[in-house]
Design a protein around this ligand. Structure first.
Ligand code: GUN
Length: 307
């Protein structure tokens, strides 16, 4: 039986470790503050943003939400970001992606003060990551590293295959694994013999955004499988095919009209060493690392009272 890597457990440990740091900052100056910008009404983004604001509240951090309508212009968003850059009570700025098509996404992300770039998407943050210097790391790959560390999964000298080359997950994930001395392969839509590449891996990170794409022939029995995908399925036939024999999931689909699946096919989890479930694996860690980056940002600003 494969081990399950429990993201909620690791998240709770991360959040617990932040509490004394937040208390110390509050004593010294003020609690850390996060501003979240959510454009338009994308239901998935709304759920993520709500969770981020809730996590701040539970930790006693300050947070605020800005919700421009989806006809906002790049100029207007730039104005908002610059006003948040100038605010002394805001440590972190997060612009929820994706943005509507008329927005120059790169320009908006580049406008965020790197000192407040708690998403770690700014080229300055990417440069620090590349150079191996301490700075804000993109939250999802940073969370994956915390997961591997928590479960004491060896990385040095292991073959790691990252499937997906996005700026947000794939590329930073590969760099973080490389810094821990893994032999890293980055695969993508043009990769030949993808299943064979994955089968050679000791650690597989699936981050391509395609439901149940990595089927059992992609996964070696000794592999640790990290599934970053969160795909909502609404098609009954696809759900029946992917979750065949899983009465609980099929019942959940009947009740809700949709069900979430990762980038890894559930059948592929049956024959591996350990895996992150979807939901409840990597997802909870992304928010925990956002909180962690926001605390770090306040510590950069005021000095780490605990150091
Ligand atoms: N959209 C999906 N994931 C993320 C994330 O981690 N940060 C931002 N800003 N947008 C996202």
């Amino acid at each position: 039986m494969a081990d399950i890597l429990d993201g909620k457990l690791v998240r709770d440990a991360i959040l617990e470790s932040l509490k004394p740091r937040i208390a110390a900052l509050e004593e010294l100056q003020r609690p850390p503050g996060l501003a979240v910008v959510l454009v338009g009404n994308n239901p998935a983004s709304e759920i993520y943003v709500r969770s981020k604001v809730k996590a701040c509240e539970e930790l006693g951090m300050f947070s605020e939400k800005h919700m421009p309508t989806d006809d906002v212009t790049t100029e207007e968003l730039l104005f908002l970001v610059r006003s948040l850059n100038a605010r002394p009570d805001i440590d972190g700025i997060l612009v929820q992606l994706p943005l509507p098509a008329q927005i120059d996404e790169q320009q908006v992300l580049m406008a965020i003060d790197p000192m407040k770039d708690v998403d770690g998407f700014h080229p300055v943050s990417a440069g620090h990551l590349m150079a191996g210097r301490p700075w804000f790391r993109p939250c999802t790959p940073a969370g994956v590293m915390k997961m591997l560390a928590h479960y004491q999964i060896p990385i040095a000298g292991k073959r790691a295959v990252v499937v997906g080359r996005s700026d947000i997950v794939g590329k930073p994930m590969a760099m973080l694994l490389l810094h821990e001395s893994a032999t890293v392969t980055i695969c993508h839509s043009k990769t030949r013999d993808l299943a064979e590449e994955c089968r050679r891996a000791d650690i597989v990170v699936a981050a391509i955004g395609r439901p149940a794409f990595l089927t059992p022939e992609f996964i070696a029995p000794h592999a640790v499988v990290i599934d970053v995908g969160i795909n909502r399925l609404k098609d009954r036939a696809a759900v029946d095919r992917i979750f065949e024999g899983d009465a609980a999931r099929l019942a959940a689909f009947d009740k809700n009209g949709s069900v979430v699946v990762g980038d890894v096919h559930p059948a592929a989890f049956r024959n591996c060493a350990a895996y992150t479930p979807v939901p409840g694996g990597v997802g909870p860690l992304t928010i925990a690392m956002l909180m962690s980056n926001t605390v770090l940002s306040a510590e950069f600003r005021f000095g780490n009272p605990q150091a």
